[in-house]
Ligand binder design. Structure first.
Ligand code: NAD
Length: 424
């Protein structure tokens, strides 16, 4: 008799993580997971919702909702970004926190996984309101974070200025200098060299390993990048500098395309001056959907989750999808890509360069011993390339499903840690 996934779980599924239910369901038999192991992985260890007041510039007080989820910390302190977004939900934060657990385990750094954020559109706030919001959120969660508990970092619509406010508020409350409470800080205040482009560069390191196996010539490869924030902009810049042809880029308002390749430094200058990518000289304006279906070899989603789905996956022409965003591909789209022989380099390895260099920042803060940029880059490359090879060699089928292989590797490492702690 076949025992179905749900029957395997001893716990009722009201609080289970959606990502866990969807993704792990597909591979739990490969892992031969017991019911106890499934139960242990299916729920976040701690999940907080906070409500906190912020005094707005008008003098009126407005209440905000914040979340922090510490999914698993068997392998070390929890680690995960803080997102300010109007559509944020606790369920999405749980998904992203589980991804952080898997990501830290795939690249084998001594962290668990967490995620958090505030339900807000930061573009509607003044600088002062943004600072008060950040400080209010940290006051609300300060007992649950710390250098040896849970270490935040930047994510969508948060940046190094916000990381400084987080550090400063935490240090005021605890009366001591503790830069290791948060990563993604400016270099002047305990940040590490290369952090601002480490997510993008880490992705390029693993991509270049994959290119050798996918018979795509680097010098002629055409790249399209969705999202032009910290990750997407740096990715476009690094691709351009390394000789790739970047044919399309986009942000929330849409993007631009040129089959001959865009002059990325000029696109960046113009976007920084005008706030928009549109109407760049010598290019054509496109929608985000057109970007995803554009004629390219490498598609790089670097914006939000669920951008590649059943409705548009068939139109993708790229040979490789490099997931610099978290969870940009739905399960249905993943299946379609496998059928079309598109190699997907999954988020848990493709964008892990950010958390790897965050780990370097945390280590430097704890030892007060700061490294040169070359040292950071050399260590980053070593971890990314060896993790790619670990994942690739964990592929059991002739055509590698990298996401499955990465999950198998990560879950095994997390369960080994739980077993050694006596929790299994
Ligand atoms: P960011 O806030 O700096 O930039 C987000 C970008 O996405 C902006 O250009 C915005 O215009 C664009 N965008 C927003 N909504 C969009 C939409 N509907 N369609 C198209 N574009 C849209 O954020 P970021 O730090 O660059 O993060 C981008 C992604 O990378 C997220 O999924 C994040 O979780 C992931 N990520 C970031 C890091 C990091 O180090 N910052 C590390 C790992 C993963």
């Amino acid at each position: 008799m076949t025992i179905h996934f749900h029957e395997r779980l001893h716990i009722n599924d009201r609080n289970l993580c959606r990502l866990f239910m969807q993704e792990i369901r597909g591979i739990y038999t490969d892992l031969e997971l017991t019911a106890e192991e499934l139960d242990l992985l299916a729920m976040p260890r701690r999940s907080f919702t906070v409500h906190f007041p912020v005094r707005m510039d008008s003098g009126k007080t407005r209440m905000f909702i914040g979340y922090r989820v510490q999914y698993n910390d068997a392998r070390g302190p929890a680690k995960g970004g803080i997102r300010f977004h109007p559509d944020l939900t606790i369920d999405h934060v749980k998904d992203l926190a589980l991804l952080m657990v898997l990501k830290c385990a795939v690249v084998n750094i001594p962290f668990g996984g967490s995620k958090g954020g505030v339900v807000v559109n930061p573009r509607e706030l003044s600088r002062n309101e943004l600072e008060q919001l950040t400080r209010g959120y940290i006051r609300a969660i300060n007992n649950f974070i710390g250098p040896f508990k849970d270490i935040p970092a930047p994510d969508v619509y948060t940046d190094e200025k916000i990381m400084v406010w987080i550090m400063d508020e935490f240090e005021r409350i605890h009366g001591a200098h503790m830069p290791a409470v948060v990563t993604g800080k400016p270099v002047e205040l305990g940040g590490t060299k290369a952090r601002h482009y480490s997510t993008a560069l880490g992705g390029i390191y693993v991509l270049e390993e994959a290119l050798e196996r996918a018979a795509v010539e680097k010098t002629t490869a055409r790249v399209a990048v969705q999202g032009f924030g910290n990750v997407g902009k740096n990715a476009a810049r690094l691709f351009f500098e390394r000789g790739y042809k970047v044919v399309a880029v986009s942000a929330v308002e849409g993007g631009v395309m040129s089959p001959d390749g865009l002059d990325i430094p000029a696109v960046v200058r113009r976007q920084e001056a005008t706030g928009s990518l549109l109407d760049f000289k010598g290019s054509r304006n496109i929608t985000n959907q057109e970007l995803l279906a554009s004629d390219c070899d490498i598609l790089v989603p670097a914006a939000l989750s669920d951008q590649l789905h059943m409705g548009n996956a068939d139109a993708v022409k790229a040979k490789i999808v490099l997931e610099l965003a978290n969870a940009p591909t739905t399960i249905e789209a993943d299946e379609i890509f496998f059928g079309k022989k598109i190699l997907v380099i999954p988020d848990v390895i493709a964008n892990a360069g950010g958390v790897v260099v965050s780990y370097f920042e945390w280590s430097q803060n704890l030892t007060s011993n700061y490294w040169k940029e070359e040292e950071v880059l050399q260590k980053l490359k070593h971890i990314m390339v060896s993790s790619f090879n670990d994942v690739y060699s964990a592929c059991s089928e002739p055509r590698c499903r990298m996401r499955k292989a990465a999950y198998l590797l990560a879950i095994k490492r997390v369960l080994d840690a739980e077993r050694l702690r006596g929790n299994l």
